[in-house]
Design a binder for this molecule. Structure first.
Ligand code: ZN
Length: 234
């Protein structure tokens, strides 16, 4: 069922799940004998200039009353309503409740017919993120859009978002520079995917590699050294 080659779609915006929220989901997944569901709050993070969404970030997951088996997870509609009342009472806009996460227990991460029906049942007229996981920590993230027609991407690129720890980046950079000698030539010969290449370009200044060291490498990467200025954190 899960044997086909995976090729998650990179949406050109980030899909993130907060590390603590993800940890909660893994704990519930570990506790459940079979399936278990949670609902998540999602923040739309927009580009200040264009207003375009740059990141969809799941900030928390909530467990609601549900009946589960090895192959099923049914959320109690009254419990969902109760969660919404509680969220509103604490000043949280319930339209942010836009992620359905569930575990398949030991059954692998894939979208079943029942999952498709659940997602259609959660349709909100805009969009919904869904995350399916299993006990082996397989995962698949899906994005549904309900307007003007129902479309979805069943396997999109996503990542865990770790909280910023003050001073950690500087500490890691110093330690890295002091202890790591890189065989840079070897890295250059490795073929990177577009995503990895873009990611590496973003990371270069943070690794303490200055454009002066890089002109040749930038040529290899097809990057204009002037374009790197905006990435300079110094
Ligand atoms: Zn499922």
């Amino acid at each position: 069922m899960n044997s086909k080659q995976r090729d998650p779609v990179d949406l050109g915006m980030k899909i993130q799940v907060d590390a603590t929220a993800m940890q909660k989901l893994w704990l519930w997944t570990g506790l459940a004998q079979g399936e278990v569901s949670a609902l998540g709050l999602v923040d739309e993070i927009r580009n200040e200039d264009t207003g375009a969404i740059v990141t969809l970030k799941v900030t928390d997951f909530f467990l609601v009353k549900q009946t589960c088996s090895e192959a099923d997870t049914d959320l109690d509609p009254e419990a969902i309503a109760q969660l919404m009342i509680e969220l509103e009472a604490s000043g949280i806009d319930t339209s942010r409740l836009r992620c359905w996460a569930h575990s398949h227990g030991s059954m692998g991460a894939f979208w079943s017919g029942t999952d498709n029906e659940t997602i259609v049942g959660l349709a909100n007229g805009e969009w919904l993120l869904s995350l399916v996981v299993d006990k082996k920590r397989e995962t698949m993230m899906r994005l549904d859009q309900f307007h003007p027609v129902h479309l979805y991407l069943e396997d999109v690129v996503w990542e865990v978002s770790y909280p910023a720890v003050e001073g950690l980046e500087e500490q890691c950079r110093k330690e890295f520079k002091a202890k790591v000698t890189e065989g840079y030539q070897a890295i250059k010969l490795t073929k990177l995917s577009t995503t990895e290449e873009l990611h590496r370009q973003e990371q270069l200044p943070q690794l303490g590699i200055m454009p002066d060291d890089l002109d040749e490498d930038l040529w290899w990467q097809g990057v204009d050294p002037d374009d790197l200025e905006e990435h300079q954190p110094f």
